[in-house]
Design a protein around this ligand. Structure first.
Ligand SMILES: [Zn+2]
Length: 169
């Protein structure tokens, strides 16, 4: 981004981060979330907060569906079970100005894919435990369940037993 445009982006970012509606949707803001906002700014300029809410709703829905597809495929590969889960999206929520996007009761507030993957991974794990009584995934080395986490902006499975990470999905 050239200098003046960089400054205009910084100003706009301040505005949307302090707006009463979009501000709560953008806190905390991850690095991938910031990149998405930079792309929005490049494509559409200084979009007003009300319009940004629509874009956020679309973004969260798209990320949740992408994350769920990846995790469903991974579970099916490992277990032969494709979790019967859907992304539920409600554009008119009383609680979330940008609308609610959720998977199995887990609110997806991510603006970046790594955050969405970590959130949806938790939802898929809960579903598999409740509906199929299986622990997934399991660390191949330690034979214990692993948990979704974010490490340096990347979604990973964290193995508490060995204090190491496995790729997610
Ligand atoms: Zn392990």
């Amino acid at each position: 981004m050239p200098e003046p445009r960089q400054a205009a982006f910084a100003d706009w970012l301040e505005t949307v981060r302090h707006d009463p509606d979009t501000g709560s949707c953008l806190t905390p803001l991850s690095e991938s979330g910031r990149r998405w906002l930079a792309n929005v700014f490049d494509a559409h300029g200084e979009v007003p907060p009300a319009y940004l809410l629509d874009l956020l709703f679309e973004r969260r829905g798209a990320l949740a569906r992408t994350a769920l597809d990846l995790l469903r495929d991974a579970a099916e590969r490992d277990l032969g079970i494709a979790p019967d889960l859907r992304v539920r999206a409600d554009a008119h929520s009383d609680y979330e100005p940008s609308g609610e996007v959720e998977v199995h009761g887990e609110q997806i507030r991510a603006v970046g894919l790594p955050e969405a993957l970590a959130a949806v991974a938790g939802a898929v794990q809960s579903f598999l435990a409740e509906a199929h009584r299986v622990v997934w995934p399991v660390c191949p080395e330690h034979r214990t369940g692993v948990h979704p986490a974010l490490t340096a902006g990347t979604a990973v499975w964290h193995c508490t037993t060995g204090a190491h990470e496995l790729p997610l999905p």
